[in-house]
Design a protein around this ligand. Structure first.
Ligand code: C2E
Ligand code: MG
Ligand code: MG
Length: 600
């Protein structure tokens, strides 16, 4: 620029700019020309102070050779003045930006006279860091670029600050739980994860009952204490991998993942988790010297098959939560009314099942087993529940629940006792002395520590020939802890009892495992017998099982034999023992006696 007296000077560049973060960044005044006028000296002094600003500064000549840098520049980059003067600023390049990036930068500097933006540079120690850079072209009175001025701000945040920001963005400050945003992220992930794995997930929406009253009476500080303690209790109720989040106020969400594939099973797992939460939050609180009790209402929904997205899932859980409030609070409700009904029915069944043991509502039915000349070899004991209102309940309706709840242990004990008592009765009569009795045992019973003793005591108490007692585990006992299974079976074998492997062919038995077990018999599952006449696959399977039994020197029996044709095919394949409606349905002991007298 030209002064009045004709001497030239560098005036400020009015290239005021606004950064992405909203702060206004002025473009700095740099005077390169050294005029000796007083005013010029004054400006020079100001410029020198401005030059030593907080931001790093660098001045180059028109060719890009560095003329000066300030102290902040050295602090940021690690390079001293001596190290950089005369060199090109590209010594700071990190290598993270391509040619096109720099070309665009220079194009803008040439056109507008300045460029600004975020850029990755490299310090002397090799560390790559992000900086905010403003480059300004300084022109002489003829409009020719004489210098370039760059200001650079280190925008690396300390790790701590970054973590803190991350925490603020995704976590609730009061409870340190994930917030709504993080929960939404996780729910989206969980949704795609569960549709991939086929395993259910559940969202539980929790709202504290009467939280407002606490806030109103004891104040917000005490309210905050309660929320913190609730958060802790919730976390102690869930498994690793589940999420507890705070939505705000007194609303929390628990997300359960990796639940059972079947919705009813998953719902009952969800209910169990919900009950645990209800119990935990029902415990008294101690809040800064005040004793306090509180409850929570929970709404739940399963989410695996939800096409409608996360908002819908939240809405469902929220609606269910209001149903829980309406139902009197301190309870859990499912969004799906049908699911709620099934869960209620199951809960009712469980409590009735519990009572049935003491009320002696179980009976054993007996189904005969015969050989190829229809001679009765023995029977299988099959449990029935004589329900006071529902009448006769089949085992399919309650054995599974009994296994899940552990009620199978007392039930199984009763079955074993009753079966041994029956064997003792048979033993006392010549006609029935040789009959064997098969008793089903669940994997749960089998893996129970006291099972071997239970069998030993029952056999002893009733003084029965242990060889006539045939335990019928299914292949599922091989699923967990095979070593344990083998040693349990060997201990039982030493008592003298026999084994028949039930539902054979439906499980996972490998020949290798079978060889390890002290089995006496394989029982061909009825699903292979059902269509034996028409299905060549089933014929092949049955043939293989029979061959397998023979090569392992085991007896083989077929269950579910309903027709003479089925019996004939089995006989032709080498199976000489049968059980099924063709010979007799499971019947109470009195009817079995009649049957035996008739046949005997
Ligand atoms: P399972 O041990 O495989 O018993 C055979 C099932 O097939 C019995 O059903 C029997 O009634 C049925 N069945 C027998 N012959 C025929 C036939 O010709 N056709 C057809 N369609 N079915 C036939 P049930 O009595 O309903 O028992 C079902 C399952 O419940 C049993 O299967 C067993 O796994 C379990 N169970 C029964 N009693 C007990 C018990 O005391 N303890 C345990 N842990 N489980 C038991
Ligand atoms: Mg059986
Ligand atoms: Mg079976």
């Amino acid at each position: 620029m030209q002064r009045g007296d004709g001497s030239s000077f560098f005036a400020r560049m009015d290239c005021l700019s606004v950064r992405k973060d909203g702060a206004t960044a002025g473009v700095h005044i740099v005077l390169i020309d050294i005029s000796l006028s007083r005013q010029a000296e004054e400006e020079l002094r100001i410029a020198a102070i401005a030059f030593e600003a907080q931001e790093g500064m660098l001045v180059t000549d028109a060719n890009g050779a560095i003329l000066r840098v300030n102290k902040a520049f050295t602090a940021i980059t690690g390079y001293t003045t001596e190290e950089v003067v005369g060199r090109n600023p590209n010594l700071l390049s990190s290598g993270r930006h391509g040619k096109a990036f720099y070309a665009a930068m220079w194009e803008e500097i040439n056109r507008r006279g300045c460029w600004e933006g975020e850029i990755w540079n490299k310090r002397k120690n090799g560390e790559v860091y992000p900086e905010y850079l403003i480059v300004t072209a300084v022109k002489n009175p003829d409009g020719v670029v004489s210098n370039y001025v760059a200001t650079l701000t280190d925008i690396t945040m300390s790790r701590h600050a970054a973590d803190e920001i991350q925490h603020l963005a995704f976590y609730d400050t009061l409870t340190r739980l994930p917030n709504r945003r993080l929960l939404l992220d996780r729910l989206k992930l969980a949704l795609s994860g569960s549709s991939r794995s086929g395993r259910e997930g559940a969202l539980l929406f929790l709202d504290l009952d009467n939280f407002k009253t606490l806030n109103d009476t004891l104040g917000y500080d005490i309210g905050d204490l309660l929320l913190q303690q609730v958060a802790q209790r919730l976390q102690s109720c869930v498994r690793e991998g589940d999420t507890v989040a705070r939505m705000g106020g007194d609303e929390f969400v628990v997300m359960l993942e990796d639940l059972h594939e079947q919705d009813l099973e998953a719902a009952s797992q969800t209910e169990a988790a919900g009950n645990k939460i209800l119990a935990a939050l029902n415990q008294p609180y101690r809040l800064a010297g005040h004793d306090f009790r509180n409850t929570v209402s929970i709404g739940a929904t399963l989410f695996r098959n939800q096409q409608s997205g996360v908002d819908e899932i939240f809405k469902q859980a929220d609606i269910a939560m209001y149903q829980a409030k309406k139902a009197g609070r301190n309870t859990l409700r499912f969004f799906d009314p049908e699911m709620q009904a099934r869960i209620n029915a199951r809960a009712a069944l469980e409590s009735e099942l519990r009572a049935a043991i003491d009320a002696r509502q179980f009976r054993l039915y007996y189904q005969i087993q015969v050989d190829s000349s229809r001679r009765v070899l023995g029977a299988e004991a099959l449990i029935r529940w004589m329900h006071p209102e529902r009448g006769l309940v089949q085992p399919v309706e309650f054995i599974h629940l009994a296994e899940e709840t552990g009620l199978i242990l007392p039930i199984g004990e009763w079955v074993l006792e009753t079966a041994c008592a029956q064997l003792a009765v048979w033993q006392a009569h010549a006609r029935t002395r040789e009959l064997s009795l098969s008793v089903n045992v669940s994997a749960r019973q089998f893996h129970e520590a006291g099972f071997v003793d239970l069998v030993r005591v029952a056999v002893k108490r009733h003084a029965v020939n242990p060889m006539l007692l045939k335990l019928e585990p299914t292949e599922s006992i091989l699923l967990e802890n095979i070593d344990d299974t083998v040693s349990t079976m060997n201990a039982l074998k030493s008592i003298g009892v026999h084994f028949s492997l039930d539902d054979f062919g439906t499980g996972y038995s490998s020949l290798q495992y079978l060889k390890m077990l002290p089995l006496n018999q394989l029982k061909i599952d009825q699903s292979f017998v059902r269509d034996l006449e028409s299905d060549s696959n089933d014929q092949a399977i049955v043939r293989t099982i029979i061959a397998m039994a023979h090569s392992l020197e085991l007896e083989v029996i077929a269950e579910g034999v309903e027709t003479e044709e089925q019996r004939q095919i089995l006989l032709n394949e080498g199976c000489h023992r049968y059980q099924g409606y063709l010979f007799g349905k499971p019947v109470p002991i009195e009817e079995l006696d009649t049957l035996l007298r008739r046949d005997g």
